[in-house]
Design a protein around this ligand. Structure first.
Ligand code: NAP
Ligand code: GLV
Length: 315
């Protein structure tokens, strides 16, 4: 079996060694521009369009949960991802616990007002601030998939009320769930009284700019935003306006329309925005290789695998 590998801006050798250990029968090669030789599988992150033309390709494994970069290639040039090539994304593979910790940290920081204390410290001010009441600090999770469901449980363990929103109905112990269309009546019911909104939706044409003035205006006044999904979900000017007029109190952003965030971007100058460099949940090499190797083994035996992307749905 022949496997292509593509991971930009990273040392591929540790990945290739790991894949070779997990799949000793495989012939592995790092894809290079101009490579048009046959391959059965590809393991990639942000691949170039030309890689998908490899003759015999059966499945492409994405080294992350979000497949928006690959589906954008298909949208821009239909047929890039041939209909018979399966696209499989990572499912958790160690990202869920990381995302849970990241969001727990943001919840505790805002609940106990460490953000306000940091601003006070910069001004050398000493005032005790009342923490937010736990029972009204409702956390809303947009997206209750593999990661959203884990984050919901992690946040519920802190004792705050937690609710979640997804396209299809879900039942999760201890979590109030809502489902339906974004901006529909269930979405409005989900947003009402939410004090901290976490975004864990996939980036699709339907979810672009979902974090906008309309959405912010339906949250509890002075709510907090945590965006750990994709930069295209956020209407950036609306966030700055919402922080300026008190609709939102603060935001923690891990993802941006342009990454790295350009030095001149106004988010860097806004003290109520906390920035991390797309690091809320990293792809863990050993976990990812083990999951992909298991799935390649299953496909080679003619079995089905989970995590197959519905291209027409966008995730
Ligand atoms: P997932 O399992 O596919 O979950 C997606 C969730 O979003 C599902 O609950 C889905 O509803 C819901 N959804 C999708 N479109 C919707 C719509 N139009 N309206 C309402 N709900 C909608 O994905 P995941 O593994 O949890 O990952 C989520 C995203 O996190 C990824 O796509 C990626 O962009 C991001 N991510 C970021 C990082 C980082 O480091 N910052 C790391 C990993 C992932 P259904 O359940 O009904 O289908
Ligand atoms: C990271 O952003 C991922 O989608 O896994």
């Amino acid at each position: 079996m022949k496997i292509l590998f593509w991971l930009p801006q990273a040392d591929a050798s540790a990945w290739l060694h790991g894949l070779a250990r997990a799949l000793p029968e495989a012939e592995l090669r790092e894809w290079q521009p101009g490579d048009t030789a046959p391959a059965d599988y590809a393991v990639v992150w942000h691949p170039p369009r030309e890689l998908f033309a490899a003759p015999g390709l059966r499945a492409v494994f994405n080294l992350g949960a979000g497949v928006d970069a690959i589906l954008a290639l298909e949208r821009d040039q239909p047929g890039t991802l041939p209909a018979n090539v399966m696209l499989v994304r990572l499912e958790d593979s160690g990202m869920g616990p990381q995302m849970g910790e990241y969001v727990q940290h943001a919840v505790l920081r805002y609940l106990r007002r460490f953000d306000d204390y940091a601003l006070q410290q910069a001004r050398r001010e000493w005032h005790v601030l009342a923490p937010h009441p736990l029972e009204t600090f409702t956390v809303g999770i947009l997206g209750l998939g593999v990661l959203g469901a884990q984050v919901a449980r992690a946040v519920a363990a802190l004792g705050v009320p937690v609710r979640g929103f997804s396209r299809s109905a879900k039942t999760l112990a201890g979590i109030e769930t809502f489902s339906g269309e974004l901006h529909g009546p269930q979405f409005d019911a989900f947003l009402s009284n939410v004090k901290l909104l976490v975004n864990l939706l996939p980036a699709t044409p339907d979810t672009e700019n979902v974090l906008d003035a309309r959405t912010f205006g339906k949250l509890a006044r002075g709510a907090y935003l945590v965006n750990v999904a994709r930069g295209t979900h956020l209407a950036e000017a609306d966030l700055l306006d919402a922080l300026g007029n008190g609709t939102l109190a603060a935001a923690t952003l891990d993802v941006f329309r342009e990454e790295p965030l350009p030095a001149e971007h106004p988010f860097w100058r806004e003290p109520r925005i906390t920035i991390t460099p797309h690091s809320s949940a990293l792809t863990l090499r050993d976990e990812a290789i083990s999951q992909i190797a298991d799935k390649i083994g299953a496909l080679a035996r003619g079995e089905t695998v989970s995590g197959v992307v519905h291209v027409e749905r966008g995730y």
